[in-house]
Design a protein around this ligand. Structure first.
Ligand SMILES: N[C@@H](CCC(=O)N[C@@H](CS)C(=O)NCC(=O)O)C(=O)O
Length: 306
């Protein structure tokens, strides 16, 4: 057993990115199913307010955002690696493009099909989440517009695969494959859209990605996950707080907020900081002391308001 707990739900594309990574690495993991919309009463005590899906917990360490989740999984379970060859930085950059630009287009196309079955309360939740009102009557038009964008972006992937490569950076799957795949999965597998039907190479590649499966999933209740947090100590941090332009040091009270959607601030005491990650110490009756980890890219770190 890995001790990995993934807080997620079945229909979440970003969770699929992590689930397929479990499949590639052949890992066993605990699965806590969380609500797809607010409120999330058993998740927010762990994260300190971050509401997005998925969140990974290992004991009293909580990882917010798939960027840092996959980095931590790679660190703890390095084989087979998600960064074959020398492509690590390129794979991270490609994944960031996919998670932001490509995902936005994929959501619009998928919502054009699935939106009519979504309850008002869910669309209202997603309006608040995205910071933009969602008008049910405009979803089909927006999907038609964004189909062109999606096909332009994924046309690059179809072109890349045209030389016969098996995965984006060679013979083995990387983080980049995972990030592009979860967007394709949302459109192809969840929404059952035919928008990508003629991209033969892309579809063959997506079949290969799907074939990795999800590893071994073991169900766990959210109450049990909170108890595990309470009964665990955060892992020792290494590296401390690197010199930074904000003049922050260990123990500074800081706030970390996503810079795109679900902009809920998390406040805590700074325990570690480097170019790629920031770790806060938080304490609550539900969880005891936890360390909450975020990536730097895609998040805004500032001193907390007094
Ligand atoms: N950058 C985040 C994006 C996560 C994200 O946007 N997840 C979607 C679901 S796939 C979400 O949080 N939706 C709202 C919710 O689940 O409450 C990551 O990489 O984890």
């Amino acid at each position: 057993m890995t001790g990995i707990i993934l807080h997620h739900y079945g229909a979440s594309p970003f969770s699929e990115k992590v689930r397929i990574a479990f499949g590639i690495k052949g890992l066993a993991w605990h699965s806590v199913t969380i609500p797809p919309a607010m409120p999330k009463p058993d998740l927010l005590p762990l994260t300190g307010g971050y509401r997005k899906t998925p969140v990974m917990q290992i004991g009293a360490d909580v990882y917010c955002d798939t960027q840092i989740i996959l980095r931590e999984i790679e660190r703890r379970h390095p084989a087979p690696g998600l960064f074959p060859g020398l492509a690590r930085g390129l794979a991270e950059g490609t994944a960031f493009w996919a998670d932001h630009q490509l995902f936005g287009a994929a959501v619009a196309v998928a919502f054009g099909i699935m939106g009519e079955h979504m309850p008002d309360a869910f669309l209202e939740d997603r309006s608040k989440f995205s910071g933009r009102p969602i008008d049910r009557t405009k979803l089909k038009l927006q999907a038609a517009v964004m189909t062109g964008t999606l096909r332009a972006h994924l046309g690059w992937i179809e072109q890349a695969l045209a030389d016969g490569r098996v995965f984006l950076y060679g013979d083995a799957p990387s983080l980049a494959d995972l990030a592009v795949y979860h967007c394709v999965w949302f459109v192809r597998e969840r929404a059952k859209s035919d928008a990508l039907a003629d991209y033969a190479k892309l579809n063959a590649w997506a079949d290969r990605m799907k074939g990795f499966g999800h590893g071994e999933k073991i169900d766990l209740t959210s109450a049990a996950a909170l108890q595990i947090a309470r009964e665990s100590e955060p892992a020792p941090v290494s590296g401390g707080v690197a010199a930074n332009a904000l003049g922050l040091s260990a123990g500074s009270r800081v706030t970390v907020t996503p810079d795109d959607t679900g902009r809920d601030p998390v406040t805590g005491e700074l325990v570690a900081l480097d170019a790629q990650s920031v770790t806060l110490r938080r304490d609550s009756p539900e969880t005891g002391v936890v360390h909450v980890h975020f990536p730097r890219a895609g998040f805004v770190l500032v001193p907390a308001k007094a």
